[in-house]
Design a protein around this ligand. Structure first.
Ligand SMILES: Cc1cc2nc3c(=O)[nH]c(=O)nc-3n(C[C@H](O)[C@H](O)[C@H](O)COP(=O)(O)OP(=O)(O)OC[C@H]3O[C@@H](n4cnc5c(N)ncnc54)[C@H](O)[C@@H]3O)c2cc1C
Ligand code: FES
Length: 390
């Protein structure tokens, strides 16, 4: 995932994309229905916690609550440009999904949820400041942005688009937004407002897979052929400085492959996945109960978190992740998706070796430095030490 350049000396430093995360109870200030299957939720951030909820457009928060007697946590991208005193997310109902169905049916103003401080690297590489300085985006000389979003993938993208367009008189933002039908389009009015406000700098291309639009290019699923035509005929491709991709796994991978085939450097492409698209238990192995028999063969896992050292035994036969084992010793070990997509569980290997199953969150340079996703990593040496603070 990308990182930001340092903020200028004249302004306070931007929040670090990988800052240590912490949960605080926040009150829901309002719930607004966006579509039949999606809501926008606004959390009030008390002044005393303002520093913990500073964020960069494109970042997400994890929400935590108890449903049916079990703790559940899910990540949601922040859908507004940085505004002091509030955090806004949009939650689309996932068919059969536990948290999103509950939120769409029951969440209301006055409810309190645990909200993790913002995190994530789906952010522009341009120097940006957080909460109190959304106008300080430096886009001089490099001001053409394109995003391809689908469904709820619009959430981080609309925050980025709003910030970019408001921050510069020259920035251009093209958005390809794919949905099944017009009734599924989240932020329909807000996107139309952006278009009215920036008619020459914001181009919006709605693509509907189950509705016929006047242009055949904007009807049907985005497949490699349609994407190629969009890239060649509609988007300002040669001038694009940054690409933002957010949507289902297959669409994001197809866009990445297509752009790579066309020679777009990987450094210009940012992407965010909400899931790996793999069927299976959504929370992976995080929190899986594992009984530890002191006499049994086990790995020894040592970890550092918030300056404190923890140690836990992990039975070799359990083949559990480092995260799963560490949670037995410290329930506050950070994680959100447990599926290798969000990067919240990142830690640095200090000694020993691990094998990492999936990685959709760490950049090659982070891997080179020894960072791993602990939700996806299992020990391969008798003793392993990781540092969550690194
Ligand atoms: C960084 C990040 C940002 C995100 N941002 C957003 C956002 O802005 N907006 C948004 O709407 N979502 C977002 N998501 C996705 C969100 O976190 C949740 O994954 C989503 O809302 C589904 O959660 P759920 O509890 O409703 O579904 P879950 O209960 O987690 O189920 C997910 C899917 O798995 C299926 N399923 C459930 N149990 C099983 C099982 N045992 N076996 C097989 N399949 C099963 C369900 O039918 C459902 O389709 C984001 C995710 C990440 C990682
Ligand atoms: S918790 Fe999301 S990548 Fe590990």
């Amino acid at each position: 995932m990308p990182s930001t350049a340092p903020a200028s000396a004249a302004t306070p430093p931007a929040p670090s994309p990988s800052r240590r995360t912490a949960f605080h109870p926040l009150t829901v200030a309002g719930v607004r229905r966006l579509t039949e299957d999606a809501i926008e939720v606004t959390f009030a951030v008390p002044e005393a916690l303002a520093g913990s909820y500073d964020y960069l457009p494109g970042q997400y928060v994890a929400l935590r609550t108890i449903l049916e007697g079990r703790q559940i946590r899910r990540s949601y991208s922040i859908c507004a440009e940085p505004v002091p005193g509030e955090i806004r997310v949009a939650i689309k109902r996932d068919l059969g999904g536990k948290f999103s169905s509950w939120a769409n049916e029951h969440l209301k103003a006055g409810d309190v949820l645990d909200v993790m401080s913002p995190s994530g690297g789906f952010i522009s590489k341009h120097p940006m400041n957080g909460l109190n300085h959304p106008g300080d985006l430096d886009v001089a000389g490099e001001d053409v942005f394109v995003a391809v979003a689908a469904g709820s993938g619009i959430t981080p993208v609309i925050a980025i688009a709003r910030t970019v367009l408001a921050s510069s008189d020259t920035a251009r933002f093209d958005l390809v937004y794919a949905n099944k039908a017009a009734m599924d389009v989240m932020f329909l009015e807000e996107l139309a407002d952006l278009k009215d406000r920036y008619p020459s700098r914001f181009a919006l291309h709605h693509v509907l897979s189950r509705e016929q639009r006047i242009s055949p290019l904007l009807s049907g699923r985005i497949d490699p052929e349609k994407l190629a035509t969009l890239i060649d005929s509609v988007l300002p491709t040669p001038q694009v400085d940054e690409w933002f991709l957010c949507g289902p796994f297959e669409l994001v991978q197809m866009c990445r492959d297509t752009l790579a085939d066309r020679g777009v450097p990987a450094g210009k492409i940012r992407f965010e996945l909400f899931s790996t698209g793999q069927p299976g238990r959504p929370e992976g192995s995080a929190g899986r109960p594992v009984a530890v028999d002191p006499g049994a063969d086990s790995y020894s896992i040592t970890f550092r978190l918030d300056g404190l050292q923890g140690k836990v035994a992990s039975p070799t036969h359990a083949r559990e992740s480092i995260l799963n084992a560490a949670l037995r010793a410290r329930p506050d070990v950070p994680f959100a998706c447990a599926g290798g997509v969000c990067g919240t569980c990142r830690a640095k290997i200090v000694s020993g070796t691990v094998e990492m199953e999936e990685n959709y969150a760490l950049e090659p340079d982070e891997l080179e430095k020894g960072y791993v996703l602990t939700c996806q990593s299992r020990p391969t040496s008798r003793e392993v030490t990781v540092d969550y603070d690194a």
